[in-house]
Every structure is written in structure tokens, then in C-alpha cells.
Design a protein around this ligand. Structure first.
Ligand code: 13P
Length: 254
């Protein structure tokens, strides 16, 4: 049985005090959530504070990016070693906003995934197609290339620590989520690829998430699908009550 995962990607939202207020408000409700892997991914600025606030709670912390070197003259970058040492558990890698706005390539994504794993951080590796690619009917081809290149030269012992999020670009922040069938199809395709690339056992254990306009009203439908293990949520994860609703639904549904 795979544990459902609810991961909040706060992107470039929330001040440090807003982040801490959120944590204080959700902790009481989340302590009774036993069946869900709950992950909050705030800005880098809030990580150290939230690490303290989340001590002793079931909520894990994730970063939204990292650089692949441990240390050095890399002005403005954030090291996987420092994140790991702080107590961060997860890191989002290859989000389409990083690929799109900052020109991150598959090969850079691959270096980041490997760096994360070597410092005991669990990557939430993001892939997904654009609207144009979906309309051209090349969704699976695009996803396959992202998988092959983003996870290049990865061994089985590393792969076991991966989470993959399928986030179609056209569904992110648009209020237009993928249909259940589209999400199910893409995620099944990813699981088959993982089984071929690593092993069936790893594919059965790996959490595969859907992301793109997930909210308290539609999350139940996605999680009810046996293939979909959880959600990576942007906008709707910024509100305390919506986050509590979504983790509660996940706790009851799976
Ligand atoms: P929204 O939930 O706001 O569509 O964002 C999804 C996302 O990009 C999560 O990483």
C-alpha cells in the first residue's frame, strides 16, 4: 500500500510570519492525520523557521529548488547539503515554472535530482506537457523524454526515494484541471515506465502525484483513483482551511 501524499507548493507566496501562522493553525488538525504524507514547500526564507515549528509534528518540509554542488562560489544558489542539514526532507525539482521561466534543461534537472539524492533529500520530480504538445497528441512522448533524461543514470537504490508529479502545464494555476481520465492515463504511463526502467517492485512503491488546479472540491475524485497516490497543490494549498480539508479527504479516502 502506498501512503497518499499531499504536497503544498507555495511558490513565491507567503512572508515568514504568514508561513509560521499557517503552520500554527494547521498543526492541531494535522496531528490526527495518520495516513497521509503531508509536505509543505515554502520559500527558502521560511524553511529554517518552519523547521523549528514543525518539530515533533507529522508534517514534513520541502524546498522548491536546489543547486547541484555541495558548496562553492555560486552566488545566490542554495546547496542540497545545507537544506539537508537544516532538516528539510523533500525538494521539488524540474517544476515547469523553473523549466519555463528560468530555462532549466532536462540535463540540469538530472544533476539536481542526483544531488538531492546524494544528500538524502527526496526529490519530487515534476514532468508534464504543454497544451500545444497535448493537442499534437505527443503527451506520452514528451513525458517519456523528461523521464529518460531527468532520471538518466539513476540506480535502483536511488530510485526508491523518488516521488514523481505529473503536472500538465496547461492545468497549472488555470482553474482547469486535467480530466480524471487524462490524469489516470499519464500516471499509468509513468508507472509502466518506472517499472521498465527500474523494477516492478519500485514502480509499485513509488508515489505518483497529480498536480494542476487541485482544490478541496476536486481532490477526492483524483485520490479515489487507485493509480493516483496524491497531489502537488499550488494555489489551494495557501489557505489553512483548504489544506486541512484536502489532507482530511486524503486521510479518509485511501
Ligand atoms: P495550482 O494548484 O495552483 O494549479 O499549481 C499547481 C502546481 O504548480 C504545483 O506545483
Amino acid at each position: 500500500m502506498r501512503k497518499p501524499v499531499i504536497a503544498a507548493n507555495w511558490k513565491m507566496y507567503k512572508t515568514v510570519s504568514e508561513s509560521r501562522k499557517f503552520v500554527n493553525e494547521v498543526i492541531p488538525a494535522c496531528t490526527s492525520i495518520t495516513e497521509v504524507e503531508m509536505i509543505l514547500c515554502p520559500t527558502f526564507l521560511s524553511l529554517a523557521h518552519m523547521c523549528e515549528d514543525l518539530q515533533g509534528t507529522p508534517i514534513k518540509l520541502g524546498a522548491q529548488n536546489l543547486f547541484w554542488e555541495k558548496e562553492g562560489a555560486y552566488t545566490g544558489e542554495v546547496s542540497p547539503y545545507l537544506l539537508s542539514e537544516l532538516g528539510v526532507t523533500y525538494v521539488i525539482i524540474g517544476h515547469s515554472e523553473r523549466r519555463g521561466h528560468f530555462g532549466e534543461t532536462d540535463s540540469q534537472v538530472n544533476r539536481k535530482v542526483k544531488a538531492a539524492l546524494s544528500f538524502n533529500l527526496k526529490p519530487i520530480f515534476c514532468i508534464g506537457e504543454s497544451l500545444e504538445q497535448r493537442e499534437q497528441g505527443i503527451t506520452n512522448k514528451v513525458i517519456e523524454k523528461q523521464l529518460e533524461q531527468g532520471l538518466l543514470e539513476m540506480d535502483q537504490s536511488s530510485a526508491i526515494n523518488l516521488t514523481i508529479a505529473y503536472e500538465p502545464i496547461w492545468a497549472i494555476g488555470t482553474g482547469r484541471s486535467a480530466s480524471l481520465e487524462d490524469a489516470r492515463e499519464a500516471i499509468s504511463f509513468i508507472r509502466q515506465w518506472v517499472s521498465r526502467a527500474f523494477s516492478q517492485e519500485i514502480s509499485e512503491k513509488m508515489p505518483l502525484l497529480y498536480g494542476g488546479s487541485v482544490n478541496p472540491d476536486n481532490i477526492g475524485q483524483f485520490l479515489a483513483r487507485q493509480e493516483i497516490d496524491g497531489a502537488l497543490i499550488g494555489g489551494a494549498s495557501l489557505k489553512e482551511d483548504a489544506f486541512i480539508k484536502m489532507v482530511t479527504i486524503a486521510n479518509n479516502i485511501k
